[in-house]
Write a protein that binds this ligand. Structure first.
Ligand SMILES: *Cc1c(COP(=O)(O)O)cnc(C)c1O
Length: 303
């Protein structure tokens, strides 16, 4: 059950964007599992173990149209023998051709339940509005953040990573960051690049961690969430060409892009022995590229 993934390796990036002056080491969590995006595997590991041990037959969760979390739950359910249910934000999606993420979820056997954006805000109401046979599904919150997920993410850093003074990660709900903070040493500081506006992130993180060796840096004003501006796409191509690393459009590309921007502007106030976590997220690229094509753009995300 939840067999060990491939180990994640640290890769040093030498980027012309920073003329080799800022050394960035990338932890390749995107490579630990072939089908479940890096941090999502970490977050689901103990949740699926718990669901199995407690005799649940199905797993239910929530997500938007491009959600890496939904795709990860669908994959894990398929692999470990659970029926999965996804409550999806946006009732209009039900009548449209499913985007690649949602198509993938159904291929993995996930039953999708579309609810209106208004209903989706209140997860209890959204849950009450859908009809499923299993009266006792194991429910994982949107984005997968709970105590078990945080424990899984506390296993990302290894003792060899103590050489770094700053650790950077992209933040959606904050669960991955909370796990990383839990496992840092006194001399290390965690910087979370916050890709969506969510005022509850700091308090959510504080429910899981008791030290304050962490800071949040918002990227959503500069980049927007899931917007894929041309500058960001060009940057992703540049990084892929120089290093072979494919960044994802929603999390890791905005993080590295924003970091370099701050470094160039001299507003990077954190350390220079930097470890950046590549949390994966490649599954969203197909959908983003499809949307770019539909918008008549000739730009494509590298893949
Ligand atoms: C979900 C996700 C994140 C954010 O994780 P949280 O624990 O919700 O903050 C970061 N990167 C990628 C690639 C993701 O899929």
């Amino acid at each position: 059950m939840f067999s060990h993934p491939r180990p994640s390796v640290n890769q040093t990036l030498s980027l012309q964007e920073v003329q080799g002056e800022l050394e960035i080491t990338l932890k390749r969590e995107d490579q630990i599992h072939s089908d479940i995006s890096g941090n999502k595997w970490r977050k689901l590991k103990y949740n699926f173990q718990h669901a199995k041990q407690n005799g649940h037959q199905s797993v239910l969760t929530f997500g938007g149209a491009f959600s890496n979390h939904l795709a990860a739950v669908a994959t894990a359910g398929h692999q470990y023998g659970f029926q999965t249910h996804g409550i999806v934000r946006g009732e209009e999606l039900e009548t449209q051709t499913l985007n690649p993420t949602l198509q993938y979820c159904t291929q993995k056997g996930m039953a999708l339940h579309f609810v209106s954006r208004t209903l989706y805000i209140n997860k209890k109401q959204a849950l009450a509005s859908v009809i499923i046979d299993d009266k006792n599904p194991y429910v994982i919150p949107e984005g997968g953040t709970n105590a078990l997920a945080v424990n899984g993410c506390a296993e990302i850093l290894t003792s060899a990573d103590k050489e770094f003074d700053t650790i950077a990660v992209a933040v959606g709900t904050g669960g991955t960051m909370a796990g990383l903070i839990q496992s840092t040493s006194d001399h290390q500081h965690l910087v979370g690049f916050q890709v969506v506006k969510d005022i509850e992130i700091p308090s959510r993180i504080r429910t899981f961690v008791s030290n304050d060796r962490w800071s949040l840096v918002p990227t959503y004003d500069a980049v927007g969430y899931a917007k894929s501006p041309k500058a960001l796409i060009d940057f992703a191509h540049s990084v892929a060409g120089q290093t072979g690393v494919i960044l994802d459009p929603l999390y890791t590309a905005p993080m590295l892009w924003h970091l370099i921007k701050k470094w160039k502007e001299n507003t990077w106030n954190f350390g220079n022995r930097l470890l950046m976590i590549h949390t994966g997220g490649h599954q969203s690229i197909k959908g983003i590229n499809q949307r770019l094509a539909q918008q008549g753009s000739s730009l494509r995300w590298p893949c």
